[in-house]
Design a protein around this ligand. Structure first.
Ligand code: NAG
Length: 363
């Protein structure tokens, strides 16, 4: 029974890890993407296990999905990010969803200059017509896109540029920027944006036909590099925090409430038990050269499903059905044993009786 449970669990884990590769290529200006239908990221329900501090030790029991990082605009395998693959992990606690992005990279950091530091972004489908390609894919030009002309093409973006962010410190939504009613973050540049296409991209609350002060930056996050030796808390004066070109792993950790108070169709809303569509982008100053906005890597050339699984997830269901099987097997064994005992007792009693009727002449 334990073996059966192990097999079921092992299969469940296997089935939830991406197996295939993403094959895509841009030829003759035509965008083509053959992404494997197997790929997905599973956000299981696990409450109270991760702390939002940029450290990854608390994620060690969470199954991740591994992706090659190919140039987003021309996903050619020859130009893959040489540092290594990106591991994406996600979970939720019923209230917030958490992400961990983990990627190997020599330490690169130039204080105050975002494009000479690594940077990451998450992008989510909001409108049902929004494509991964072209950030929503609304056909309108920059001066024509509005919430009306691009209705249905909305994507939600979180972008973290670490040039002014102290490792291990929390950035994102803060009282000052949220007080102004937009998705900005003046302290660490962990911003909450929305877009209809690459030319129609704004902070939440800021729009071409006016601003709406009801918006908020709903994201929080932190970063870390494995070559840092102190855990007691960095301050700005410690920059660049360690010497450059040290081998190691970058960690980016984020959280956001499953639901936000967005009324403008600028935030993705997560539903427990349902899948969302998302993608992850990564910028790195390759050979010390500053990156530019479009020169980013991506985990896939199409949306990746993000499964927000419910507390009674597949594994739990399997486990509970399995324990029901165990209970009924135990009941069956118990009934067989009790039947055998009753037969034996009956036999023993009848033999005993027979013996008690033996003649007592010998006495
Ligand atoms: C909207 O907000 C942005 C950024 O704060 C500002 O530059 C712009 O002038 C505002 N637009 C309107 C119409 O108030």
């Amino acid at each position: 029974m334990r073996l059966l449970r192990f097999l079921l669990v092992a299969f469940g884990i296997l089935a939830s890890t991406p197996i295939g590769q993403v094959n895509s290529h841009q030829e003759s200006g035509e965008w083509r993407c053959e992404s494997d239908s197997e790929i997905q990221v599973l956000a299981e329900y696990k409450a109270g296990i991760v702390t939002l501090d940029g450290h990854a030790d608390d994620w060690k029991d969470v199954e991740g999905s591994e992706f090659s990082l190919l140039p987003a605009l021309d996903p050619d395998e020859d130009h893959e990010y040489k540092g290594g693959k990106m591991t994406v992990k996600a979970l939720h606690d019923g209230k917030d969803v958490y992400f961990l992005l983990q990627v190997d990279g020599e330490y690169a950091y130039t204080k105050g200059i975002n494009n000479k530091c690594p940077s990451v972004a998450l992008m989510f489908q909001v409108g049902e017509s929004a494509s991964y390609y072209n950030m929503g894919g609304c056909k309108e030009t920059a001066d024509k896109c509005t919430s009306k002309t691009c209705r249905g093409y909305e994507v939600d973006i979180m972008h973290f540029s670490v040039g002014n962010a102290i490792p291990g410190r929390l950035y994102g939504g803060n009282p000052i920027d949220n007080g102004e009613g937009n998705g900005g973050d003046r302290f660490g540049h962990l911003v909450d944006l929305y877009a209809w296409n690459p030319h129609c991209r704004n902070l939440d609350g800021i729009g071409p036909s006016g601003n709406d002060s009801s918006a908020q930056n709903n994201w929080k996050g932190a970063w870390w590099h494995s070559s840092f030796t102190t855990h007691s808390g960095f301050v700005e004066e410690d920059s660049p925090y360690t010497s450059s070109a040290q081998k190691g792993t970058y960690y980016f950790e984020f959280s956001r409430p499953l639901r936000t108070m967005d009324r403008l169709q600028q935030d993705v809303q997560f539903t427990i038990g349902e899948a969302s569509k998302f993608s992850v982008a990564f910028w790195y100053p390759v050979d010390g050269k500053p990156w530019h906005g479009a020169g980013h890597y991506s985990v896939s050339c199409d949306w990746v499903p993000l499964d927000i699984s419910s507390g009674s997830s597949v594994l739990t269901k399997m486990a509970s059905r399995n324990s029901w099987d165990a209970a009924s097997a135990f009941a069956l064994i118990l009934s067989v044993v009790s039947f055998c005992i009753s037969v034996f007792v009956g036999y023993w009693v009848s033999r005993g009786k027979a013996r008690s009727f033996e003649p007592i002449d010998g006495l």
